[in-house]
Structure formats: C-alpha cells, structure tokens
Design a protein around this ligand. Structure first.
Ligand SMILES: [Fe+2]
Ligand SMILES: [Fe+2]
Length: 266
C-alpha cells in the first residue's frame, strides 16, 4: 500500500511565505510516498524556482502537471520544454505531460497531462468570459475569438492523445489507473459553487477531447477502474459518469494552504 497526497491550484506566486511554509509543513506531516500536483503551481517566470523549492524542501517523489497559470508571461511550448529539461536534472520530479505512465504499486498506474479548456462544451461563440490566458500566454495572445478556437482545440487534442496512449498501455498491466490533469474533462466535473459550469464558463473550463477519450476507453474496459483528479475551477466536487470512472475536482483558494485529497493505492 502506498499513500499519495494530492494538491492542486496552489498558485505559489500568490502565496505569502508563511503560508507556503505551512503548506510544506502539512505535506511533510502527511508523510506520503509521493505528492501529486494538479497544475497552477506558479507562473512562467517563477515556475522552475517554485518546483525546485518543492523538491528541495519535501525530498519526496512529486508527479505533476501544469495549469494555464503556469504559462502566464511565457509560452506553452517553451515552458513545457524548460520544465521537461529541469525534471531531467531532478530525479524526484516527474512532469506527466512529458512522461510515460508510471507504475505506482501492485496493479496501479498513473498517467497525466495538463489538459486544456478546448472550447467544445457550452457555447464558446456567445461566451463573454475573458480569461487572462488570452492575454498572458504567447500562443493565445492577440488572437480574436474565432481564430483562437482551433488553437484551444489543438491543445485539448494534444492532451487527449498523450493520455489516451498512456492509458491504453497502463490498462494492459493495471487494474486501477489514476489520471492527474488540470482541466475537468466533463461538464459534470466542472464544479462551480456546487453546480456544473454554465454555457459561458464551460468552454474555458472543460477539456472535451479528454472527456470523450476517457469515456470511450473506460467503456471498453469495464473490469478496470479509472480515477481522475482535476482542478482549475477551485471548487471541489466528485462525480461518477461510469461505474468504473470517478472524477474528483479539487478545491482551492488563492493564498491558502490546502490538501485536495489523500489516496491509498495498491
Ligand atoms: Fe487555479
Ligand atoms: Fe487553472
């Protein structure tokens, strides 16, 4: 049996040093075998420093994905590349978007990807939600609503492709797989104030490509179990769209230290 502690949307760049110290202390007290981080760790200009701080101070395996905020003031492509290179120098850090699936214990595996709000759920065309993503991330800034949509869709497809390949492989050997991602894959998992996101918010807060992929694969593996851990909405909830598929959405508040969940695996 192994124990993992899950945190998400910690936004360390917006956390006071004493709160960061308290979060680190909470994680140390948990004394887990590893830590899962569901993205929105920091932003591009401070991400590597914060990942290094987590690694140095916790001295535990950390498996993570990135969220939209991690790319603010940078580009998705260069941040992902820089994080991959950084992890190559840090044995305990694993960036799941650039990694094969990981065996966690007897019959249990972990897959992951950042995911992306891919504009396909709700009503993207009429949504007036204006994300900072669309100003602060190189690949998205300066694009109009119409030209932005195929970019969002490509980001969602890329996430679903990576996880689809890794999940199929993991399910050959594992009874139970965990999927760590930032963006909720279904509207039912896109909690906000205890309700599913409406048509204006859902396009920016759900990754339909990921949702369709996991539903398709898990319907073909009804003897296997998938547990998804996502964040991004900062509102906690659990949904179970299939008997063998449970999705946990982690809650968070800017500037607050919190554990999103604890899992015993194997
Ligand atoms: Fe967040
Ligand atoms: Fe986010």
């Amino acid at each position: 049996m192994q124990r993992y502690t899950w945190i998400t949307d910690i936004h360390l760049d917006q956390m006071q040093p004493d709160t960061t110290a308290r979060l680190l202390q909470m994680l140390r007290q948990d004394d887990p075998d590893g830590i899962w981080i569901g993205g929105d760790i920091s932003q591009a200009n401070s991400l590597l420093e914060h990942l290094g701080q987590l690694d140095d101070q916790l001295q535990l395996p950390i498996q993570f994905v990135l969220g939209n905020h991690d790319f603010y003031l940078g580009s998705i492509q260069s941040v992902r590349k820089d994080v991959e290179s950084f992890c190559a120098t840090r044995e305990r850090l694993t960036y799941l978007s650039r990694s094969s699936w990981l065996p966690l214990g007897e019959g249990v595996g972990l897959v992951g990807h950042d995911g992306w709000g891919d504009g396909r759920i709700g009503n993207y065309a009429t949504s007036t939600v204006d994300m900072n993503d669309y100003r602060l991330i190189d690949e998205l800034s300066g694009l109009g609503t119409v030209e932005r949509l195929p970019v969002l869709q490509r980001l969602g497809d890329e996430a679903a492709d990576h996880v689809g390949r890794q999940l199929e492989e993991a399910l050959q050997e594992c009874q139970h797989v965990y999927l760590l991602t930032h963006v909720p894959p279904l509207r039912a998992a896109c909690w906000y104030n205890e309700e599913a996101a409406d048509d204006a918010w859902a396009p920016h807060f759900t990754c339909k490509a990921m949702g369709d992929m996991i539903l398709g694969i898990m319907r073909q593996h009804d003897e296997r179990q998938l547990t998804v851990l996502c964040g991004h909405t900062h509102s906690a909830g659990i949904c179970q769209p299939l008997p063998n598929l449970v999705i946990h959405t982690g809650g968070a508040e800017y500037g607050q230290a919190a554990i999103a969940g604890r899992f015993h695996v194997g």
